[in-house]
Each structure stands twice: as C-alpha cells, then as structure tokens.
Write a protein that binds this ligand. Structure first.
Ligand code: SIN
Ligand code: FE2
Length: 203
C-alpha cells in the first residue's frame, strides 16, 4: 500500500488476474441488466466520453436538466439497480475502514480515447465514508490534486487490479483521468478500461 497523500491510499495489484476476470464477468452481468448510458453535463447537455451504469440501492446519474444526483432507478429503464455483488462488498470491508456498507457503485466504462476531467466527488451527504475505486483493463494516467481546483496535482498510472481509496483529508480532493494507455492489458477483449467506484451516500 502506498499513501499518495493524507487519506489517499493506493493498493497496486490488489486483485490478481483470476479475481479481475471474475469481476469483469460479474460486471458484464450487471450491465446486461442495467445497460450503459451516456451521461451528459448539467446545463450544457454535453456528453461525457465515458459510458456509465451502477449497482447498489442508489446510482449516480446526470442529465441536462436535473444535473448530478443519486437515484434508486436506472434513468433509461426505470428499474432498480442490481445489488452490489459480494466481491465488491468484500473489497470495501477490507480497505474502507468504515462501519457501514457502500450504497452505490458507479461503473465507468472508458473506451481507449475516453477521459474524465478534474472533479470532486461531492454529491454524497456522508463525506466521512471514503470513496473506494477499482481499476480493470487498460492502464490510465490518473491525476490527483488537493481540495482546491488550482492546487498542485500529481499524476500516477493506475493498472488493472489496482485499488485507490480517497478518505480522510483526501476525500474531497480533485481527481480525474487524463488518458487511457491502449493495449496495456489483455483483460478486456475490446480494450478500454472499467472503473468501479464504491460510495456511501447517506450517513
Ligand atoms: C471517477 O472519478 O468517477 C472515476 C475515476 C477513475 O476512472 O479512476
Ligand atoms: Fe470521481
């Protein structure tokens, strides 16, 4: 485990190949019940380059008119999200240090040309719980800063099977994905990267 800065912990290779493959299979099943959607920015309606889905009692969604929020149903099919699978709950238990289980797992699918701008995760009411993030597939260049947008940032490469925890003083740090490195993993047959983000929403 590497402490990147106060409250930000990196577990390189947390999941071995066997567990990465099992996780991808689990995620494929979730996404077949809760299809990927293209999120758009509030206000402008500009589409993001990632595609998303969720599992858990709440899912993170965004659209032009109603903006960033959590809701219990899928925005396209109106059905409850599938439950968070036990293997993800186990990771949360092992690394979060938080007594309550996660309520939301955001599934981000990056094609090799997708990225995610610098942002804070602050749509949750419970900011005492950490954010636990799991990387699968191609590596990415992850950028992480402080709690102000203009704070100095550092960049690190996240590889398939890595886990990052944003907790404590790092809970509200700005972070984003600058780029995906194509063909750096054989886990996903069509390339790209999957990121799973576990969060507690309510105290
Ligand atoms: C996110 O901040 O929602 C995603 C981070 C990542 O893809 O590693
Ligand atoms: Fe985030």
């Amino acid at each position: 485990m590497l402490e990147i800065s106060s409250g930000i912990r990196h577990f390189p290779g947390y999941l071995d190949r066997f567990h990465q493959e099992a996780m991808v299979e689990t995620i494929r099943e979730i996404v077949s019940a809760a299809p990927l959607f293209t999120p758009v920015m509030p206000g402008t309606g500009k589409p993001m380059s990632v595609r998303m889905s969720n599992c858990g009692e709440l899912g993170w969604v965004t659209d032009k008119d109603r903006g960033y929020r959590y809701q219990p149903v899928h925005p396209l099919i109106g059905e409850p999200w599938p439950p968070i699978p036990p293997e993800l709950l186990d990771i949360w238990t092992a690394v979060s240090g938080y007594p309550l289980p996660p309520q939301a797992c955001l599934i981000n699918f990056y094609s090799d040309d997708a990225k995610m701008g610098l942002h804070q995760d602050k749509d949750e009411q419970d900011l005492k719980a950490p954010v636990v993030s799991i990387s699968l597939g191609n590596s990415c260049l992850f950028r992480i800063g402080g709690t102000a947008r203009n704070d100095r940032t550092q960049s690190l490469k996240l590889s398939s099977g890595d886990v990052i925890v944003l907790g404590g003083e790092g809970r509200l740090c700005f972070h984003g994905v600058d780029r995906i490195y194509p063909a750096t993993s054989t886990l996903l047959k069509s390339g790209g990267r999957i990121n799973l983000t576990l969060r507690r929403v309510t105290p």
